[in-house]
Every structure is written in structure tokens, then in C-alpha cells.
Design a protein around this ligand. Structure first.
Ligand SMILES: [Fe+2]
Length: 339
């Protein structure tokens, strides 16, 4: 993928996102939160376990090949063959369909900074289906200047119809990517949070380049509304990139974390890669998602990223079981405690 496109994907929320003031917790609110949490999602990490080292190219060491980037020029073949990565590591392409579920993807045409045309949407959808996805919850940015929820629903229906016509087997589900800003919390108060799937979880994003000291308060406010926040790509967000345990604190407060599929491959730079490795080692991610914004290179890097999760035994939890549960509004199963 050209550097320019990756840079565009890394933009995320624009500067100046408004963050709400610290929350004053009313008497009895913690009891309400605990009751809401019991009825929504558990408050500890999902049962994913690393099987091997997190080096995405475990066979690379001796030859010392360069780190992979979006502009790399791998060779590859389709239809279940293997992809050669510098002639050192082979990842098998996915056999459609592995039943993977993508909960973060900018697939709808002409609604945000994702697909710009129907043709791009179809190309992205073919790449997703070819990588093993059967279900996608397109997550257009829920910014006030962009199409509203009703318009998005229309677009989703139209794209699903286009898939039928094009013979693409991919089911689309409701979703949006919400900024953790004042506008979102105003919508939350009005019951317009734009949750994913059946409505018990909501995809939210923190600022990329600025801190979010009120993070735990914001999680608390979302939980009070009976929703569980799924925090998009924490490895790319300033608040989670320090040496502290901010991600663990967020999970302990009742949030879930979404890994950007391309992060462990270095698609978003060395810092995001390093943070993603740490969060994977700490078993803090609940799901992995593509956050696909365009079709360029997707047919190559999606199978490669999924191959990384497979190598470490994480694909079933992060791409199948957990995201399917979130889509259905079911709690995740955690080690050591009943769901
Ligand atoms: Fe996104």
C-alpha cells in the first residue's frame, strides 16, 4: 500500500476533539454500574493466550530481512496457495469463509474517509471475503458533519444488495466509530449512541495524539447507560502508549479493547507495533479488526495479518468467537469466572 494511503489511515480523529469534563459520581451510582456491568459484559480480559513469541516473522531472524511495511512488494497467489514473504516465511491465504467477523471497517462508499466509490467498496469486500470474513459491521465515523445514522442504514442496505448482485458472500451489520468526545456523550444521553450489532456494545475511539486523563470516568458513564465500550486500536492512541498500565485499567473498568490487525505487522509504525505486542502478551485484547479504509494492498496484507494471529493461536478468539459474541450482544467468556 502506498505510504500516502497509510498516512491517511493513521489520521484518525481530527485535532480538537472535545473531551467532556470530569464526572461527578452521584450517590449510589457505583451500585448501578455494578448491576449494569453484570448484565452486559464481564470486567476482565478475554481468554486469549500467546503460544509463541510475538515476532510476526519468527523465521526471519537468521537472514535478518527488513521489517515489513505497507510498500513492501511480496509475491502472492490466490485460491488457497501460499504467499512468500521475502522467501523466508509463508502464510497460507484464507479459505473462504473462515467465519471471521470484522467489527471495525470503513466499507460503506462515500460516507467518510473510507471507500470513496461503490467499486472500492466491492473491491474491499472481495478482499475481506477472500481473507475469510463472513460478517462485517462497517463502522463509519459518527461525526456530526458526516451522514447520520438513518443515512448510514440506507447505505448499508444498498451495499448489501450490491453484494448480492456481485456474488459477494459478506453479511453487513450495524455499527459506527464514535469519538470519546462531548458530542458522543450528548448522543448517549439522548439514546443515540449508534452501537454495534444488537446494541449492547459501542465502538469508541480515543484521540491519537493527545492524552485522555478522564478515560476511566468516560468508561464509567458509558457503562451507566448499560453499554460496554469497545475501544478501537488503543495501540495507536497516545493515552495507551505510555509505560503505565492504562490499557489494563481500562479493561478492569469494564471496557474491551480492539487490536488493529495491521499493527503487529508495523503498518502504523514501530510504536504502535510495540504497544500491540505488549497488549497481546498481557491478553488485553478482546477482538481484532481490519479498520480497512481502502482496497489498495488489502488482498495481500489482510491474509498476512490473519496469518500472524494464527501463528500465535489467537485467530479463533479474536476474529471468530469474541467478535461474534459482541455482534450478538452476548457477554464474553472469561477464564476463571462464568460468563
Ligand atoms: Fe476506524
Amino acid at each position: 500500500m502506498p505510504e500516502a494511503q497509510v498516512a491517511s489511515e493513521a489520521q484518525g480523529a481530527p485535532a480538537g476533539a472535545r473531551l467532556s469534563a470530569p464526572v461527578v459520581v452521584p450517590p449510589g451510582a457505583w451500585d448501578e454500574l455494578q448491576a449494569a456491568a453484570k448484565s452486559t459484559a464481564p470486567m476482565s480480559p478475554p481468554p486469549v493466550r500467546m503460544r509463541e513469541s510475538l515476532d510476526p516473522f519468527p523465521a526471519r531472524g537468521k537472514a535478518g530481512g527488513p521489517a515489513r511495511g505497507p510498500s513492501d512488494t511480496d509475491s502472492g497467489t490466490e485460491g488457497g496457495a501460499t504467499i512468500a514473504v521475502y522467501g523466508l516465511v509463508c502464510y497460507t491465504t484464507r479459505v473462504p469463509s473462515a467465519g471471521y467477523v470484522d467489527l471495525h471497517c470503513h466499507l460503506l462508499p462515500s460516507v467518510d474517509d473510507g471507500a470513496q466509490t461503490l467499486e472500492e467498496s466491492l473491491e474491499m469486500a472481495r478482499a475481506l471475503a477472500g481473507a475469510g470474513f463472513s460478517d462485517v459491521a462497517p463502522s463509519p465515523h459518527a461525526w456530526p458533519e458526516l451522514p447520520n445514522a438513518a443515512a448510514i442504514e440506507q447505505q448499508r442496505g444498498a451495499l448489501q444488495a450490491a453484494f448480492s448482485e456481485a456474488g459477494i458472500e459478506l453479511s453487513l451489520h450495524p455499527n459506527a466509530e464514535n469519538r470519546l468526545d462531548a458530542e458522543f456523550f450528548e448522543r448517549l444521553e439522548r439514546g443515540e449512541s449508534r452501537p454495534l450489532g444488537s446494541g449492547r456494545y459501542v465502538l469508541v475511539e480515543a484521540p491519537f495524539d493527545s492524552p485522555l486523563p478522564s478515560l476511566l470516568d468516560l468508561i464509567f458513564r458509558i457503562k451507566l447507560k448499560g453499554l460496554t465500550p469497545l475501544i478501537a486500536h488503543p495501540e495507536r492512541c497516545h493515552e495507551f502508549q505510555g509505560k503505565g498500565k492504562r490499557a489494563a485499567e481500562a479493561v478492569n473498568a469494564g471496557a474491551l479493547l480492539q487490536l488493529e490487525l495491521g499493527a503487529p505487522l508495523g503498518r502504523y509504525g514501530p510504536l504502535a507495533r510495540k504497544v500491540s505486542e505488549r497488549l497481546l502478551e498481557d491478553d488485553l485484547y478482546a477482538v481484532a479488526a481490519s479498520d480497512l479504509h481502502g482496497p489498495v494492498g488489502a488482498e495481500r496484507w489482510l491474509p498476512e495479518a490473519i496469518g500472524f494471529l494464527e501463528t500465535h493461536g489467537l485467530h479463533t478468539a479474536l476474529l471468530q468467537e469474541n467478535p461474534a459474541r459482541l455482534l450478538q450482544g452476548e457477554p464474553l467468556e472469561f477464564e476463571g469466572q462464568p460468563s
